[in-house]
Design a protein around this ligand. Sequence first.
Ligand SMILES: Cc1cc2nc3c(=O)[nH]c(=O)nc-3n(C[C@H](O)[C@H](O)[C@H](O)COP(=O)(O)OP(=O)(O)OC[C@H]3O[C@@H](n4cnc5c(N)ncnc54)[C@H](O)[C@@H]3O)c2cc1C
Length: 538
Amino acid sequence: MKAVEEGRGALSEWLAAQPKNFYDADSLLRILVERAGLGDRIGALEAFGAVAAGPLDAAAIENNRPGNLPVLDSHDGIGRYVARIMHHPSYHRAGKLIYGSGVMAAYAEIPNPHPFILSLFYLSAHVGEGGHNCPLACTAGAIRALQTLGTDEQKAAWLPRLLTPVYGDHYAGAQFLTEVQGGSDVGANAVVAERQTDGSWHIAGEKWFCSSADADVFVVTARPEGAAGGTKGLGLFLVPREVGGEPNGFVLRRLKDKLGTRSMVTAEIDFEGARAEQLGSLEHGFRNTMELIIDTSRLYNAFGCAAMAHRAYLVARGYAEHRRAFGETIGRFPLVKETLSMIRADAEAALAGSFWLAQIQQRVDGGEASDDEAAFLRMGLNLNKVRTASLSHDAVNRGIEILGGNGTIETFSVLPRLLRDNVVFENWEGTHHTLRMQVLNDALRLGLHEGFFAMLEKRLGSERLRSDRQAFDLCLKEQDTLLLRRVCDHLGSWIHLAALEDIDEPGIRARAELTTLRHLSEDPSRDGYGDLIERCAS
Ligand SMILES: Cc1cc2nc3c(=O)[nH]c(=O)nc-3n(C[C@H](O)[C@H](O)[C@H](O)COP(=O)(O)OP(=O)(O)OC[C@H]3O[C@@H](n4cnc5c(N)ncnc54)[C@H](O)[C@@H]3O)c2cc1C
């Protein structure tokens, strides 16, 4: 009995030792925030770090219990279609805490203070998607699109409530591009926009993946009747959820039963003449969607992945400090030490790269960025999204491994849920391959790689990048897309290493070295690789 008590006692010590503040527990975030000159915002980050590690985490755990997930309440008592989503009270508790941090309200500042906003978001995403973190990304995209493209009337109608920190009074946004026949291939969109005699539009057709489906305003891609095919002919439209207090010409067909991000609603929606307003010029609909909405979400996605990786480190490190096997705490075993170092190194790489991009985004928005920075941002957002999602998946998986069998149990720690959320993060906002292909196409069409490499070389010197630059040039010349995964993974790692380059803290330096060893060892241009893949498929 004594042995059992000791075993359970160690687990209970582990639970008690969980960090009480995700900001205080993150040495790299603290360094980055200070170096970015955000000293006057530290109080807000510290305060929210405690909220995220305490009541927010508890609310997300409660909300994700199987009986507490959102449900579609399609009709009211007398049979009218209302398209209502019913949430558990813990969902609203979480929302109040997150919006109350001022994370969306900070977009009132122009240029938007991305490093601060995304640091708040990062703290929030330590609890996983948590029901609200995807909607935050969508709301941020809607705000940025309205700030840049909206008419005075549109801004007045939507921005005040998109920006309020008061949950309940707030509006949330959503972004619907994907259709059943085309996710990566957005140019295959078939939803149409029909112009009305009063100048407004009606949207008709089916959207297949609609997250934040209970949002107040949807930003939707649709093809005006008669417009060109492909992405060229896509327009961007604002669709209010309600007109005259009733659902605005859409039917929520059903909610998706998802592997992860389960406390956030994703629906299939049929639009049947929904009233809409054009947002920005029609001919730049797709470009605006990418630059203001999708690029925003991709950076959120990366910060979310960095956060899940860091949470995995916190959970696993604590466990390793308390769990005993063979008469030792497991953290003393070299293999466990190695695993923890790898998780932490990956989490730090993901955060540093994402934070750097957020700083550049703010400079681009403020008109202060050089052409090289703008090119770096555009290519970097895609490379970083892929890399952070892969690192985070690996980190959470390794965290589970440190917890052994307990790691696989949903009620034991948050890690199983984070792993499931992570799989979704790897797919939405563009799959790995789609983003790699976009990197190639942006280099081919716009020559963005020149500015991208110039920025990396400034921090790392050209010698270290030489072989990957050659491999990338080969991809371009031969349009060899089989090389692309390996080259893009390396380029993603170089972004992370460049972001960590001048941080002079010995532990962080050592972990950056470990990252170099692990992630840059595969030779992308190894001879005969293409043949090998062909033979594998035979
Ligand atoms: C939970 C969840 C919520 C979502 N919410 C939203 C939302 O709110 N709004 C929205 O618009 N979308 C949303 N999505 C959709 C998401 O963005 C798409 O699933 C994603 O873009 C991929 O599209 P697809 O599923 O059609 O995959 P496909 O396009 O069918 O891709 C299938 C596979 O083919 C690969 N592939 C495709 N093209 C190429 C190529 N050229 N070269 C090599 N490989 C290629 C892909 O990488 C992938 O591995 C959501 C998805 C999920 C899972």
